[in-house]
Unconditional design. Structure first.
Length: 146
């Protein structure tokens, strides 16, 4: 069961731990859309989910330049950073996003989902991370379906 609602974390470790606990509970295909400014903690959150899926977080690097990183663990873990994407359907198709979303046992975590443009994700957890000053962050988790 994925917890929803607003959480406040006081450090990167706490954000990691929150995401880790979520990752641990995942047993079915699932999508996370991570919203938040640069430096909010989206990649920290993604690493926590990965760790919960038994992936060594030291091996999880930000896909800022590669756009997509894939890890084979308890589930397939796809970590995307769409910052450099223009939001054109062709680019997203080339990434194989459609296939990822239909794969069994796949966890898809997307940073900068705003860049999806018109590409519709049918069901996902939206995670909104907001800097509250210093190391404090608000982490709002909501379940959406379209
Ligand atoms: P993003 O992927 O959103 O651009 P990162 O996860 O790469 O951001 O970086 C977040 C930065 O903020 C890291 O340097 C992390 O150590 C720091 N940080 C400080 N406090 C927190 C917190 N409460 N949660 C997450 N990251 C935090
Ligand atoms: Mg990032």
């Amino acid at each position: 069961m994925i917890p929803t609602g607003e959480f406040t974390t006081q450090s990167a470790e706490e954000t990691f731990e929150l995401a880790y606990q979520i990752g641990e509970t995942i047993t079915a295909s699932m999508v996370f859309l991570l919203h938040g400014d640069l430096g909010a903690g989206k990649t920290v959150f993604a690493k926590g989910i990965a760790a919960g899926l038994n992936i060594d977080p030291a091996e999880v690097s930000s896909p800022t330049f590669t756009i997509i990183n894939q890890y084979d663990a308890r589930m397939q873990f796809y970590h995307l950073d769409l910052y450099r994407i223009e939001g054109e359907a062709d680019e997203l198709r080339e990434l194989g996003l459609e296939e990822m979303l239909n794969e069994p046992n796949a966890v898809v975590v997307i940073e900068w989902p705003e860049r999806l443009g018109g590409f519709k994700i049918p069901a996902a957890y939206e995670v909104n991370i907001r800097d509250l000053g210093g190391d404090a962050r608000s982490v709002l988790i909501e379940q959406i379906s379209r």
